[in-house]
Structure formats: structure tokens, C-alpha cells
Design a binder for this molecule. Structure first.
Ligand code: F3S
Length: 284
């Protein structure tokens, strides 16, 4: 049995940076509480470890309003401008671990909406990153995650649009939705803000899934980028497994399995990938 592990599997730059920032805060703990606004990543083991080290998760804006003292760490997804405002108004410390690629989208949305453009975000409705992005628009903002959404959009044709994307959105689907907006005759600019890390991980996963007999995708249940990786791989390889940790892996290998592929979402720690690799190496 041979095994191929995607080079791009696991933490991306932005997630690694955010986690490092949390551990730096723990290391220089000054006796004041440390919070993350939402779980720092979609990985229960990492969040548990942080909890054990005294880092609490703030789940929503109402909870944030009840906090009297401490430092709030903004995760790589970023947040809407009003969350920054609340933190500042309450006099809480703020460590902004928003991924610079997401911050770039906030800046584009803020600038273009101030210039009077209609903002269109291509991304998943309700995803925290999308909610953060829309929260930087100063005027109308529309979120499209499907063809139906894009087709249903009606705007004043005299107003220019600015289209951006959630960083983890599928590139081909993004292009399809942009085409729908273009066919509707809207003027404006399209900024492909899909992160290269996601695109590279998706392309590599698809290529590996084409070659292998079994594909293992590792990542958090709530991680949209892992789910997308799974979808891409599943299309190329019928025997694709989505697991969170090694414990979920119950390989029912098709006969004549010669090659197993492994990839992992952006929130998957290296040690979990290595555990799966070791398991495959030892058992097959
Ligand atoms: Fe940033 Fe891209 Fe990761 S936007 S958080 S480096 S997927």
C-alpha cells in the first residue's frame, strides 16, 4: 500500500499565525482574562487545550457586552467593525489575529462602499468570515452563495458593484456566480479574494483524489474549507472519507486498494495528520 499526503494539508499561514498569537498571550499572561471571539479554529482538540490554559470563548456579541475586563483575541476569520468598536468602548484589550488576506477584503469593502458602490460578497450565508466582511460595508451589501441567489439579485444598474469573495470559496463556483452577475449587466469591479492557500489545497486534493483508490480528508466537522475539500475529492474518488481525528477512521477498503491519499483542512494540527499517516502505514 502506498500513501500520498498533500503538501498543502493542514494549517494555513493565517490560522497558524492566529494560534501562535493566542499562545503568545498565554505565555505573557498578566493576570487578566484572555478570550477569543469565537473558537480560534474549527478544531475541538486545540480549543480544549486553550480552555485548559484559561482561554475562554466568547460566543456572540451579547456575551461580549457582559465582559468587564480582559483581552479579546480576534480569530483569523475576522469580525465586523462593530465588534472592534464594542471592544474599544468597553476598554478591553484587543489582539487582532484577523488573517491579513481577510483584512484586505475588509479594507476593499470599506473603501468601495464608502465610494458608493454596491458590495456583493460571494460566500456562504451566515459564515463568520462573511458576516465579518459584510460588517465593513457602509452601504448596501448582498451575499450570494448559490446560482439562485445570484439570479435573484436586483440592483440599480446606475450604481457600480464591487464583487469580492469569501477566502475559502470554491474558485469554479465563484467564477460561475461572477458570470451570472456579469450577464445581468452590472458595472463594477471583481476582486478575486479567494486565498491561494485554499485554492492550492483544493487543486492538490483534487489531483491526488484522481490518482488514489481511497482518499482521507481530515478536518473539523464545522470547517467549511474541509467540507469543500471533501466535496472535491468525493467527485474524483468514490471512496473518500471525512474524519475529524484518527478515532473516526473506519476504513472499509475496496479490494485492490493500492494507493491512499491524505489531505487536511486549514484547521487541522500537524500531529493529527501524522497520527493518520502512521495508522495507514502500520495497518495497510
Ligand atoms: Fe488566511 Fe487563507 Fe488561511 S485567508 S486564514 S491564509 S485560508
Amino acid at each position: 500500500m502506498e500513501m500520498i499526503t498533500a503538501k498543502s494539508a493542514g494549517f494555513c499561514f493565517g490560522v497558524k499565525r492566529a494560534i501562535d498569537m493566542v499562545y503568545e498571550q498565554i505565555a505573557c499572561f498578566k493576570g487578566i482574562p484572555i478570550y477569543t471571539y469565537g473558537p480560534i479554529i474549527h478544531n475541538e482538540a486545540v480549543v480544549k487545550d486553550l480552555e485548559n490554559k484559561g482561554v475562554c470563548v466568547i460566543n456572540d456579541v451579547e456575551q461580549l457586552k457582559t465582559i468587564q475586563t480582559g483581552t479579546v483575541i480576534i480569530r483569523s476569520h475576522g469580525v465586523a467593525q462593530n465588534i472592534h468598536n464594542i471592544i474599544a468602548e468597553k476598554g478591553l484589550g484587543c489582539v487582532d489575529a484577523t488573517c491579513p488576506f481577510v483584512k484586505r477584503i475588509h479594507n476593499i469593502v470599506e473603501k468601495e462602499s464608502k465610494a458608493g458602490k454596491q458590495i456583493i460578497v460571494i460566500g456562504n450565508q451566515g459564515h463568520p468570515e462573511v458576516e465579518g466582511i459584510t460588517g465593513w460595508a457602509e452601504g448596501p451589501v448582498f451575499v450570494a452563495e448559490s446560482e439562485a441567489d445570484a439570479k435573484s439579485f436586483i440592483a440599480d444598474k446606475d450604481i457600480s458593484c464591487c464583487i469580492v469573495s469569501q477566502t475559502t470559496f470554491n474558485y469554479n463556483k465563484f467564477k460561475e456566480l461572477v458570470d451570472i452577475f456579469k450577464k445581468k449587466g452590472y458595472n463594477g469591479n471583481v476582486v478575486n479574494t479567494i486565498c491561494n492557500a485554499t485554492e492550492e489545497r483544493q487543486i492538490e486534493a483534487g489531483l491526488i483524489a484522481t490518482e488514489v483508490d481511497v482518499m482521507i480528508v481530515i478536518g473539523g466537522k464545522h470547517s467549511s474549507n474541509t467540507r469543500k475539500l471533501y466535496e472535491i475529492c468525493r467527485k474524483k474518488c468514490a471512496s473518500t472519507y471525512f474524519i475529524q481525528t484518527l478515532e473516526d477512521l473506519q476504513l472499509d477498503l475496496p479490494t485492490a486498494t493500492a494507493l491512499i491519499g491524505i489531505t487536511a483542512g486549514a484547521s487541522t494540527p500537524k500531529n493529527i495528520i501524522e497520527e493518520v499517516q502512521d495508522y495507514v502505514r502500520v495497518n495497510f
